[in-house]
Unconditional design. Structure first.
Length: 187
């Protein structure tokens, strides 16, 4: 594989990885690029790599998205594969079967990969209405704050954050909830 082709494949895999773990809409995935790669490359290897970067990713195994989301994603991946190749890839169907047999949880996870190499995972209720609210959305600035906090833990040690009661976790502030690296309960 030529270096520029390899770089293109890595970018494609990274695009799938980040979008899947963050539970982005399926429309946002680079499907056209995938179809082009499937026509031009060893498709079984590419699809196995996509599975490793998505449903088989260590972060996903530990903190999976909703079963429904994984099912929709795998169904779309199979459709794209079948649009280009007539021969089915057994591994895709095996993973889909495992997903269909999995028990749906009341919690789904969104994981954001940070440039520092870590990740931030949010647990979200799969219910349409949760705690009297609808349309719960992840605040993008919180992701940047989390990344900054991971990269600058010394700036947060022995610091105290006071949040309004409505923003506290189970009645506790962020230090007590373990959100501030190195902070101690009650500090």
């Amino acid at each position: 594989m030529a270096p520029e082709e390899n770089a293109g494949t890595e970018l494609l895999l990274q695009g799938f990885e980040r979008r899947f773990l963050a539970v982005r809409t399926l429309r946002s995935f680079p499907w056209q690029s995938l179809e082009a790669k499937l026509r031009d490359s060893s498709y079984s290897e590419l699809l196995r790599d996509i599975l490793q970067k998505t449903v088989r990713h260590p972060v996903c195994v530990k903190h999976p998205p909703s079963v429904k989301y994984a099912w929709f994603f795998l169904s779309e991946l199979i459709k794209k594969h079948e649009a280009v190749h007539t021969e089915p890839l057994d591994k895709l169907y095996e993973v889909l079967a495992e997903t269909l047999m999995a028990k749906e949880s009341t919690q789904g996870h969104r994981s954001y990969l940070l440039s520092s190499g870590g990740s931030v995972t949010l647990s979200k209720s799969t219910a349409i209405i949760s705690h009297g609210t609808t349309g719960l959305v992840t605040w993008d600035a919180a992701l940047y704050l989390a990344e900054w906090a991971i990269e600058n833990p010394a700036a947060l040690i022995n610091r105290r954050a006071v949040l309004p009661r409505s923003h506290r976790v189970a009645g506790r502030g962020p230090a007590e909830a373990g959100c501030l690296p190195g902070a101690q309960a009650g500090s």
